[in-house]
Design a protein around this ligand. Structure first.
Ligand code: PEP
Ligand code: MN
Length: 262
């Protein structure tokens, strides 16, 4: 709450890498880790384009139990190799408290996905760590519910929370979700935590990602988390919303221009 904490929080996610404050943070990478070559290759490409951190799921929350569920611990190993190769901090989703000791040891930012935003037991457990937490907005959550979920983590003693707007369910089906950019302004007025926007899960369409990213920055987001895949057509998860490294490079060439205007 701004009443008790008037200044914006700045969260350090790696040596010299911060989310919040003056500089935009752009987290990029594939939906899922698929192989060592894939994740390290994408990591090198997004680093060259100016990304500040690498994303990649090792444990995936899939609608169908028959869909690719992620590589699990092998995926974490590959993310660590990609970090070693590029120096980029790694961001990956925690689905179960069983994996918390592994994540505490190996990853730089623990993502709590939209589907677990109100898994209060998980929130309490990550609240007892000091790892930065990327807390995605729930599929159908109000801004207040989202902030209260962040409060669970803060109340547990972990001040390192980054909020992530990733679109909400509405009656509209043209896009995967409806990107609520006004939530960025609302949250930043109500609380001190940094907010990043995920245009990929919000829109579900790769061709919309660049414009919606620029709109998010114009709305005052502290950064972005964008799905980037080396071969979107053959991605094991979320290919339709993934941009290529070349498209990511184009996007990065434009973000600074918008950021300089706001
Ligand atoms: C993801 O980031 O790959 C993901 C599953 O996101 P969300 O929880 O926002 O659906
Ligand atoms: Mn995804």
């Amino acid at each position: 709450n701004r009443k008790f904490h008037p200044d914006d929080s700045v969260i350090e996610i790696g040596p010299g890498v911060r989310v919040g404050g003056q500089k935009l943070a752009v987290i990029a990478g594939p939906c899922s880790v698929e192989s060592q070559e894939q994740i390290t290759g994408v990591a090198r490409d997004v680093k060259t384009a100016g990304a500040s951190a690498l994303r990649g799921g090792a444990y995936k929350p899939r609608t169908s139990p028959y869909a690719f569920q992620g590589m699990g611990t092998k995926g974490i190993d590959f993310l660590m190799e990609a970090r070693e190769a590029t120096g980029l901090p790694i961001v990956t989703e925690l689905m179960s408290a069983d994996q918390l000791p592994l994540f505490e040891e190996c990853v730089d930012v623990i993502q709590i996905g939209a589907r677990n935003m109100q898994n209060f037991d998980l929130l309490k457990k990550v609240g007892r760590t000091s790892k930065p937490i990327l807390l995605k907005r729930g599929l159908s959550s109000t801004i207040e519910e989202w902030i209260m979920s962040a409060e669970y983590i803060l109340a547990g003693g972990n001040p390192n929370v980054i909020l992530c707007e990733r679109g909400i369910r509405t009656f509209e089906t043209y896009t995967r979700n409806t990107l609520d950019l006004s939530a960025v302004l609302a949250v930043k007025q109500m609380c001190h935590l940094p907010v990043v926007v995920d245009p990929s899960h919000a829109c579900g369409k790769a061709w919309m990602v660049e414009r919606m990213s620029l709109a998010a920055i114009a709305a005052g987001a502290d950064g972005l988390i964008v799905e980037v895949h080396n071969d979107p057509k053959n991605a094991l998860c979320d290919g339709a919303q993934s941009i290529t490294p070349a498209q990511f490079g184009d996007l990065m060439g434009k973000v600074g221009t918008i950021a300089a205007c706001v």
